[in-house]
Each structure stands twice: as C-alpha cells, then as structure tokens.
Design a protein. Sequence first.
Length: 128
Amino acid sequence: MKILLIAMAVVEAAAGAAFLLIPAIAFSSLLSVPLDTPGGLVAARIAGAAIIGLAVACWRARNSAKGGAASGIVAAMLFYNIAAALIIVWAGLRLGIQSPVMWPAMVAHAALGSWCFTVLWLEKRRAA
C-alpha cells in the first residue's frame, strides 16, 4: 500500500500543479480545446488545488498502519481514478473530444484505479 500511495502522491501532485499553475496549457493539452474564459481558468485552478489535496493526503497516509486512514485514502482514490477514467472515455466517445494526451491519461487513471482495487481486495482477504 505504501508504494501505491507514494506513486499516487507523485502523479497527482504533478497533474495538480499543472492545472493550478498553467491551467490553460494543461487543459488544452488534455482535451485539445482552449480554456479561454476567466471562469474556466478559475475552475481549472480549483481542480488543480483539489488534485494537490489528494496528493497530500496520499503522501501523509503512506506510513500509516494498514487499514484505517490509509485504506480510506486508497478507497477515495479508487473512486477518483475510476470516475476520471470513465469521464475521459465519455468525453472521447460521446463528445468527440480527441487529444494525444487524453487516452494515455485515461489508461493511467484506469491503471491506478485497478491498483487501488487490488490493494483493497488483498487487504480484505488478509483480514478475513
């Protein structure tokens, strides 16, 4: 679980920093559409701050005992990563949005979500 939490902290911190510091570039790289309204820039920066918050939670929980807080964070990250992967698929298939970064981002979220699921499942099996 520790390696998973460290990996997610690093990946999410980088993504969050991009959306917080250079939202127009991060957004247009991901979705190949411009982010050119003040409201959109504010929303992207808030999303970046939230993603950094997830990274901080993962980093802080990395040394927690098995179960408890660490499991709760992994469960939250499972939801986040699977939801992000599904939203990206929806954007690509239903909205016709395409970009070179979008599908690798979807695969990364799906992989992290699968890793979270596997860690939680193994933890539950060990406890039983």
